[in-house]
Design a binder for this molecule. Structure first.
Ligand SMILES: N[C@@H](CCC[C@H](N)C(=O)O)C(=O)O
Length: 323
């Protein structure tokens, strides 16, 4: 079958967006899983960190469903939600809309450009829970903040939270990719400890309300950036590193940077995640859903100007962390 795709990214965490509101595809649940596995495969002619299905909603302007390359569906996707925010606001000619996600209806809003010629959006990341059962994480502590997990590490401590997808956050003086990758694999294999798997992040404080975050994503592996992980990391630094609530935290990553602000609304935390929503190209792919083979890509139109603008922003982000 022919499927129209939009390749997009937030902080170079890249996605294939498929519009099921306009396209009369009538995918089954099995189709969505198969399409996610085929189109995200880095050996195919597309390749991505995840897939975003945009569907009609009875309670919001649109609905987002996000699948990882292994075919698992995530409760939330922060970088993906900014891309969906741009897609839906531009389609409806509005500056703010609500997007239905599996656990919450989330407001998203177009913001002033965070860097020259960078379309920028802010999305709410919620509900947030520090209850270990919300991941779930098997722990002796109901609230697992800065506590060890001996099967994962002899010396590190971890903060567990769901936003609402599951995260383990560790504040470290420096980041070693091989070590994070090992930790992420072990954590995701141990179904006694973490039955639904987990996204694992190392956070390096850079001082002055700045942090660097590297994440091993559930269902993917190491990615350039993970929006929910950066949000969870910003909130964790508010709690363990005495950063301030209601103040912007600049979160740098392999693919750029975002700005997170952790707020408290009564007893509940909400994180505002602001960052780019960049279109890479649009095209039509011919896919054999049954065999998973991506046969052909046709009519590929590159968004050259915005890719060029994003490259500049990425160099700026790199300079900020090497200064
Ligand atoms: N990259 C995303 C998160 C995608 C889902 C995640 N891998 C999970 O399974 O929870 C983001 O930007 O938040």
């Amino acid at each position: 079958m022919n499927i129209e795709i939009l390749k997009c990214h937030g902080s170079n965490n890249d996605f294939v967006l498929i519009d099921e509101m306009t396209g009369a595809y009538a995918f089954s649940e099995e189709d969505r899983v198969a399409i996610a596995k085929s189109l995200c495969d880095r050996n195919s002619i597309v390749g991505a960190d995840g897939i975003l299905f945009v569907l009609p909603s009875d309670v919001a302007e649109a609905q987002m469903r996000m699948f990882n390359p292994d075919g698992s569906e995530a409760e939330m996707c922060g970088n993906g939600l900014r891309c969906v925010a741009r897609y839906v606001t531009e389609k409806l000619g509005k500056d703010e809309v609500v997007i239905e996600t599996p656990e919450a209806n989330l407001p998203v809003v177009k913001k002033e450009e965070m860097y020259e010629d960078i379309p920028s959006f802010e999305v709410n990341i919620e509900p947030v829970s520090f209850d270990a059962a919300s991941l779930p994480l098997k722990s002796a502590h109901q609230i697992h903040i800065e506590q060890p997990i001996p099967v994962l590490s002899k010396d590190l401590t971890f903060t567990a939270l769901s936003v609402p997808n599951p995260h383990l956050i560790t504040v470290v003086p420096e980041i070693h990719d091989e070590n994070l990758s090992w930790l992420g694999k072990v954590a995701n294999q141990d179904k006694e400890l973490l039955p639904n798997g987990v996204n694992v992040s190392y956070v390096q404080p850079l001082g002055d309300q700045k942090i660097f975050v590297r994440t091993y994503e559930r269902g993917v592996g190491l990615t350039n950036a993970c929006g929910t992980a950066m949000s969870a990391s910003a909130l964790t630094t508010v709690i363990v590193e005495m950063n301030q609530l209601n103040e912007e935290i600049f979160v740098f990553n392999r693919g750029g940077f975002v700005i997170c602000t952790a707020l408290k609304d009564g007893d509940d935390y909400v994180i505002k995640l602001r960052g780019n929503a960049t279109y890479v190209y649009q095209s039509t792919v011919q896919l054999d859903v049954a065999s998973g083979e991506v046969k052909e890509m046709k009519d590929r139109t590159l968004f050259e100007m915005e890719n060029h603008a994003y490259a500049k922003m990425q160099s700026y982000a790199q300079e900020q962390i090497t200064l």
